[in-house]
Design a protein around this ligand. Structure first.
Ligand SMILES: O=C(O)CCC(=O)C(=O)O
Ligand SMILES: [Fe+2]
Length: 230
């Protein structure tokens, strides 16, 4: 599942754009089984109806511990290479928080700070549903990169529902990117801020992500956030 990832390519894309696609991270069978978890309540700690909070339209569920596979495996295996990138970013941004080498150590820090609730989630969108631009910050402890895996097949399962990222640049207009994803692809992206090398040195841009309206069908996503929630 995670052994064939081209990390050199992903790190380069993350440094340049603040996001990178990992093609075919999950196979179609795993995508289907993960989607089906949505209707198994014992895997989840809570449900959010997005319209009730002004988050958009659609719904999602936060997984409960212990996380089922492939959620636990993705969180554990993707963390170490992402922590290398996160540490480089933090150094470039002049932030002193260092991310430990393993996800278990990072979670221990979150838990000691009272961020104990698991944040991986499954999202379900139907016709007309969308996800407003947002950031997944759940406390002071923030791991600066996260992942979303598209579990449904565009064109077959749904139409519309594009993954969108915006980048707010200091004293400049924001720019948007639409991330092309097929079933099983993951997008890694900056949770909040990332460093950009400018003419006069490094500066920071602020990222937000969301999903445009689904026109027809149903779209499911698996979200992997590496910090836990307060
Ligand atoms: O459904 C999506 O593609 C976005 C999900 C999301 O906001 C997240 O995983 O944090
Ligand atoms: Fe999100």
């Amino acid at each position: 599942m995670t052994q064939d990832i081209d990390w050199t390519c992903a790190a380069e894309a993350l440094d340049t754009n603040g996001w990178a696609v990992l093609p075919k991270l999950l196979d179609p069978g795993t995508c289907m089984r993960t989607t089906d978890l949505y209707d198994t309540p014992e895997h989840f700690r809570s449900q959010v109806i997005m319209a009730r909070h002004g988050f958009g339209r659609g719904e999602y569920r936060y997984f409960a511990y212990p996380l089922p596979d492939p959620v636990q495996a993705l969180r554990t295996r993707l963390y170490p290479p992402l922590a290398d990138i996160a540490n480089r970013w933090h150094a470039r941004m002049g932030l002193d928080r260092l991310f430990p080498a393993t996800h278990a150590e990072w979670l221990a820090k979150c838990h000691a700070a009272g961020q104990t609730r698991p944040t991986p989630l499954l999202l379900r969108y139907g016709p007309g549903d969308y996800n407003c631009l947002h950031q997944d910050l759940y406390g002071d402890h923030v791991f600066p990169l996260q992942l979303a895996v598209l579990l449904s097949a565009p064109g077959r399962d749904f139409a519309g529902g594009e993954f969108v990222l915006t980048e707010q640049r200091p004293r400049m207009q924001s720019r948007a990117a639409v991330v092309p994803l097929t079933q099983g692809d993951a997008v890694i992206f900056a949770v909040n801020q990332r460093p950009v090398r400018g003419m006069k040195g490094e500066y920071r841009v602020t990222m937000r992500h969301g999903v445009s309206a689904v026109h027809i069908g149903r779209r499911h996503t698996l979200g992997i956030i590496f910090h836990d929630a307060a």
